[in-house]
Design a protein around this ligand. Sequence first.
Ligand SMILES: NC(=O)c1ccc[n+]([C@@H]2O[C@H](COP(=O)([O-])OP(=O)(O)OC[C@H]3O[C@@H](n4cnc5c(N)ncnc54)[C@H](OP(=O)(O)O)[C@@H]3O)[C@@H](O)[C@H]2O)c1
Length: 296
Amino acid sequence: MKIALTGASGFIGRRLIERLRAGGHALHVLGRRAAAGLPFSFWDAGGENLPPEESLREADAVVHLAGEPVAQRWTAEAKRRIRATRVDGTRRLVDALARLARRPAVLACASAIGIYGSRGEEILDESSTPGDGFLAGVCQEWEQAAAGAEALGVRVARLRIGVVLGRDGGALARILRPFKVGFGGRLGNGRQWMSWIHLDDLVELLRFAVETPALRGPVNAVAPGAVTNAEFTRHLAAELNRPAPFPVPAFTLRAIFGEMASVLLDSQRVAPTAALSAGFRFGHPELAPALRQLLG
Ligand SMILES: NC(=O)c1ccc[n+]([C@@H]2O[C@H](COP(=O)([O-])OP(=O)(O)OC[C@H]3O[C@@H](n4cnc5c(N)ncnc54)[C@H](OP(=O)(O)O)[C@@H]3O)[C@@H](O)[C@H]2O)c1
């Protein structure tokens, strides 16, 4: 298949390129930076322009991952960029698809479990209602923008991605820093649910979404074995063979990170119902072995 890819230079995109190339797909990168050895078209997801037509003309599938990083202090300007790169960027991508004489069969678009807001112990599947808060609002608008491609005859899979655990970068690299020097600890009261996914499973699920015609609509991209933050902390400390004696109170996190602390404190107990029903098999369904593999 010919696949056009945005966000290719990012944490998920870099691994996805390796996976899709190994699967024999031909890639075309759309973004602000070229990827070595791949055809490239300049497109800024936060800019005013539509993606250039030649980048999409031949595509059988589009995978759309571009977006301003969420893990930063949410100043008014950062919020504007987080929303604009996702909502307006996705609208422009869909506008560009509308102009094509031959459209791709599928758009696999990133979204996030942030769409559910903070939901305590509730088990959330793809039929659950969206929640409240800045990220929940951005994710709803982002998904609506992507779903616009359905009207063009393009199958749309919206992957509601959980906390992605990988080796080089992402959330795990940030979480590991205090743990490695013995300053790890649960966040807030530790009772909030953390729905995570191993990076290898996520790129496999993106490939599966592209190649599986039955998969459309929202798809929770999380491992079946969600854990509370306290359990996550215990498993990580055990795998590192380090104590984790320093819980970080919620008010400290709010003082450091402002509103963005909600990403660390919100509770999202998410189930990958759509992926499992479509026959997807997770290589890393449980946290402890996943951490062992990543830290080993
Ligand atoms: N990693 C996670 O744990 C996680 C969890 C939930 C959802 N997601 C979503 O999955 C997608 C990919 O995540 P990731 O971790 O791979 O993200 P990432 O490493 O931050 O990369 C995202 C890519 O988006 C583009 N981008 C970033 N800021 C931009 C800006 N201001 N204007 C235009 N383009 C910009 C960049 O691509 P170019 O420079 O090549 O254009 C960048 O490589 C994101 O939309 C993210 O929200 C990720």
